[in-house]
Design a binder for this molecule. Sequence first.
Ligand SMILES: [Zn+2]
Length: 333
Amino acid sequence: MSQYAATVCGPVSKEKLGRTLVHEHVLFGYPGCQGDVTCAPRFDREAIIERSVEKLVRFRQTYGLGTIVDATPNDCGRNPELLMEISKQSGISILCSSGYYYEGEGATAYYRFRALLGDADKEIHEMMKTEVTEGIAGTDIKAGVFKVASSKNVITDYERRFFRAAAMVSAETGTPIITHTQEGTMGPEQADLLIENGADPNKIMIGHIDGNTDLRYHMKVLERGVFIGFDRFGLEGFTGSPSDAIRVACIVALVRSGYGSRIMLSHDSIYNWIGKPLDVTKPTHSETIFVNTVPALRDAGLTDDEIDTLLVQNPQRFLASGIGSQHGGTVFE
Ligand SMILES: [Zn+2]
């Protein structure tokens, strides 16, 4: 069966994905930003499109970028129609996420209240399944990945609901799952929870693993057969963010230990904030991998093929699910 990634513009055959960043945010706002009326203009759709297209066209032309996974959860300003427009204009394939953010920073009130009233697990399962099989909010734009998230040192009962639903739907549909670990904690537990509920380890990427710099911890996660994301390149020097030099050293050690086929890269950068920007990063954050990391990996002895495995081949294998052929829609070869 041909394998396709479910992008916001429809299924794209995996060979066409090219260099892929597996965790970025075209648009992001913490729940509550809607109430901050001091931001003017609050949401300038045209300006956001123009700024994002300009950036992505430049990345495509300069660095050969082909695809990004937009990791913005449903409750943090996810906007599939905006992503579709930006994808069309920029020529970059974009996969949109389905899922809710971790308890400390997400919009928890809705499903916590639903849980008091009835069967929230069933409702979350239905919501997430609809988003990958039919489309999001009445559009025919499908989510291409699940995004689930847990807290520091704990996966709360609230968060577990989304992990279970993602795993069960992924088992049925092949939809890949990306995760948020808080400060690099709970990676093995996340992988176990997803696998116990039916997810294929090949369809799981434990994210923000670079919040932890202990190679034994990385290997403990990798033993589960999953992918890991060194997906915060360029975020340096605050809690849960080591230097990029340490990230590079970890990757080289893991590749030399035989795990090159299990690692993917990204920045976790935010192209546009909803609400007031919380910019703690350098302006070049969203292109650090191409400007600094790839040369650093090369200097540390990785071959171009080994680097391509991280940026092209691993995302290809991870993101393609065959769902496009199962569920119809135009196939963009
Ligand atoms: Zn993120």
